[in-house]
Design a protein around this ligand. Structure first.
Ligand code: TPP
Ligand code: MG
Length: 394
């Protein structure tokens, strides 16, 4: 059994976990009300892994995650108001309402996303760590990803470079036992994920991701090794998401008993109970933590609702457009651009579409689809009965 921290640390850890839990419950509710659009991946149940990790990071360290990262941003100190506004697609969101749930981003707090591509954050993490090294900075990069992502090709590529270049990086697999509806046993030849980087010289260890203190202890050591000795490590934290993969998941791949079993190990309840039993925290503090979380989350919804949608004429802002000549000139067949690859040669239909889009964006007042009525959320479908919703590709 891990040791408990002092009272103020215990309070802070509990407060962060409770805030994230309450935020995500509310995000799920707002999604059902179609206030939040796009996809929504909740990490309810995984709070100890998230908060244990961020609690031992310095402000200058980088954190990068996946599409299940509302909690990661909040744990890093991003205002829940701005995270909720992002889910609502509003201008005050962390990405100006352009990214939504999967693309929470806060460069100021060095939370570098938020990625929809499974494993896509791994090479970017190596790049962040390389940049710290290059600039002679002390920062460590913590890269969090799922068990499923450990099968992506760039997992090996990233581990190779991290070890080869002695990057100041820590990898943390949030092993919640499933990649969408596929269990670890069915998706990974090596089920001890902590061993998956050994061949590259990156040692690993397995920890209880439901115990915030166990996570803190291991991550603190991993971060120290990265910062002081430039030695990357891989931590496999066992955790569990109580909700489906995304808001639309019939959950046919697991038994309710299994979910219930993990709920018994709830990271927030178990930590609170331990703190009370040991006299580190009292009932009064517990209630205070709950009340503060409630107030912060209701305030976040109010803020998000009051925030504007991005104006349509900003549709083309922040987009990268590659010059077609430059892009296709590296074509291996021959150096010059090929037929249809020049914008000037685009088929009439494509040109008409592009021009119509530009004209639409440029008009002062046009019909604008309301995300609240055109989102893909299912009104009235509570997560418990989400089985009625068809599984989607994401
Ligand atoms: C490259 C790529 N392939 C497939 C998908 C579709 N997809 C989205 S989430 C997911 C499962 C990933 O599972 P895991 O890495 O364990 O993370 P978890 O969702 O459990 O947090 C898949 C296959 C994707 N987004 N990107
Ligand atoms: Mg998983």
């Amino acid at each position: 059994m891990t040791d408990l921290p002092d009272a103020s640390t215990a309070y802070e850890l509990l407060a962060r976990m409770a805030l994230i839990r309450r935020f995500e419950e509310e995000a799920g509710r707002q999604y059902q009300r179609a206030k939040a659009g796009g996809f929504l991946h909740l990490a309810i149940g995984e709070e100890a892994t998230i908060v244990g990790t961020t609690s031992v990071m310095r402000d200058e360290d980088y954190l990068i995650g996946t599409y299940r990262t509302h909690g990661h941003a909040i744990a890093r100190g991003t205002d829940p108001k701005r995270v909720m506004a992002e889910l609502f697609g509003r201008v005050d969101g962390t990405s100006g309402g352009r990214g939504g749930s999967m693309h929470i981003f806060d460069a100021e707090r060095r939370f570098m996303g938020g990625y929809g591509i499974v494993g896509g954050n791994l090479p970017i993490a190596a790049g962040l760590a390389l940049s710290s090294d290059f600039k002679g900075e002390d920062a460590v990069t913590v890269c969090m990803f799922g068990d499923g992502a450990s099968n992506a090709g760039n997992f090996g590529e990233t581990m190779n470079l991290a070890a080869l270049w002695s990057l100041p990086i820590l990898f943390l697999v949030e092993n919640n036992l499933y990649g969408m509806g596929t269990s670890v046993e069915r998706h990974s030849a090596q089920t001890d994920l902590s061993k998956k980087a050994e061949g590259y010289g990156i040692p690993g260890r397995r920890i209880d991701g439901m115990d915030v203190m166990a996570v803190r202890e291991s991550v603190a050591e991993g971060v120290r090794l990265a910062r002081e000795e430039r030695r990357p490590t891989l931590i496999e934290a066992f955790t569990y998401r109580y909700r489906g993969h995304s808001a639309a998941d019939p959950e046919v791949y697991r038994e309710r008993d299994e979910v219930e079993e993990w709920r018994q190990k709830d990271p927030i309840e178990s930590f609170a109970r331990r703190c009370i039993e040991a006299g580190v925290l009292g009932e009064r503090e517990l209630q205070e933590v709950r009340d503060k979380a409630e107030a912060a989350v209701l305030g976040a919804v109010e803020f998000a609702e009051a925030s504007e949608e991005p104006p349509l004429d900003t549709l083309y802002e922040n987009l990268y457009v590659l010059d077609s000549d430059a892009w296709y000139a590296v074509d291996e067949r021959s150096p010059e651009p090929h037929r249809g690859e020049n914008e000037s040669e685009m088929p009439d239909a494509a040109r008409e579409l592009a021009e119509a889009g530009a004209a639409y964006a440029a008009q002062d007042d046009g019909p604008r689809p309301n995300p609240a009525t055109h989102g893909d959320a299912q009104e009235g479908v509570e997560p418990e009965v989400a089985g009625e919703v068809e599984e989607t590709a994401d």
